[in-house]
Design a protein around this ligand. Structure first.
Ligand code: C5P
Length: 303
């Protein structure tokens, strides 16, 4: 049985710079993995040359599709195109990361399955296909999760430059149970103009990247002024439930409320683990899905 951990991410900055010719948007963002993670288990039973690839997916925890709509399914199918024989591949997903939450759960599951498949193929002496290529074709956020940690992410999300990870700062995450924000809808609401030839500015991301490279951020208070997400301007006005949640988080004295990706999770930067646990408990009692979690570097991926 192969086992892996698929961490969630938050975007410490997220700037959407303009529309590309392929319909996607160019972005600049600092991604960081969290301790909150899905668990992935996988079994591979190779079959003969003539047999097709059969995929079986079982999901427990938060609901997610258990068929070809799941990015895990697509990742396995793409990976297997290079294999000279069929197989039965079984995957069990224990989902602790909610869907349509802006936390990258589906993308992270797919990247973890790709890493497990690559390790397996390597151990069998089989050729390992280019994971970056497959990851890009499965989803814009998938390539980041092949490495995790902290990264400056650009392009449509597929380019990642590793950055020094931050200390394990604590956050409270929360989501109204009935609100999900479709990513495509959120991008369209931004009404960004087409990109031009000149390099678009990403001032928030640039400032944070420089601070991370110089090691200037050693406390949550030092991080708070750098946090920024362009989607807040369109997503918060559209969802009264998210504005109400933001108010509740402010009452719990978080240092800064920040939208995760295009939503619908809000995260609050906390002073300490005890602060985050207290805030998560208070928000659960108000009916929100809520957890406390801390930032992690790349090590979670090898657990
Ligand atoms: O790549 P992914 O499947 O995660 O993207 C979902 C949708 O979000 C895309 O179909 C597109 O509408 C939008 N998107 C975008 N620009 C990006 C990433 C996603 O416009 N960089």
């Amino acid at each position: 049985m192969l086992k892996g951990t698929a961490p969630a991410k938050i975007n410490l900055t997220l700037e959407v710079l303009g529309r590309r010719e392929d319909g996607y948007h160019a972005l600049a963002s600092v991604f960081h993995t969290l301790h909150l993670a899905d668990e992935v288990r996988m079994e591979i039973m190779p079959a003969d040359r003539a047999s097709p690839l059969e995929i079986e997916l079982e999901v427990e925890g938060f609901p997610a599709p258990a068929d070809s709509r799941n990015s895990v399914w697509q990742a396995i199918a793409r990976f297997w195109e290079a294999m000279p024989f069929g197989a039965q591949v079984r995957v069990w997903l224990h989902k602790c990361i909610p869907m349509q939450a802006g936390l990258g759960g589906g993308s992270s599951d797919a990247a973890t399955v790709l890493r497990l498949l690559a390790d397996w193929a390597h151990a069998q002496g089989l050729p390992v296909p280019d994971l970056q290529n497959i990851a890009e074709s499965v989803g814009s956020d998938v390539p980041f999760f092949l490495r995790g940690g902290c990264a400056y992410v650009s392009g449509r999300g597929e380019h990642g430059e590793p950055l020094p990870p931050l200390p394990p700062f604590w956050w409270v995450l929360a989501k109204p149970p009935s609100v999900g924000v479709p990513t495509g809808w959120a991008y369209a609401q931004l009404r960004r103009p087409p990109l031009t030839d000149s390099e678009p500015a990403a001032p928030y991301t640039e400032r944070l990247v420089n601070a991370l490279k110089s090691g200037a951020i050693q406390t949550p208070d030092a991080l708070a002024p750098y946090l920024h997400n362009d989607f807040e301007a369109v997503v918060l006005p559209a969802f009264a439930e998210l504005r109400a949640l933001a108010k509740q988080m402010e009452r719990l004295e978080v240092l800064r409320v920040l939208l995760c990706g295009s939503g619908a999770t809000l995260t609050g930067l906390c002073h300490s683990e005890a602060h985050a646990l207290h805030a998560a408990d208070a928000l659960q009692q108000q009916g929100y899905w809520s957890v406390a979690s801390c930032l992690v570097g790349g090590n979670i991926l090898s657990q």
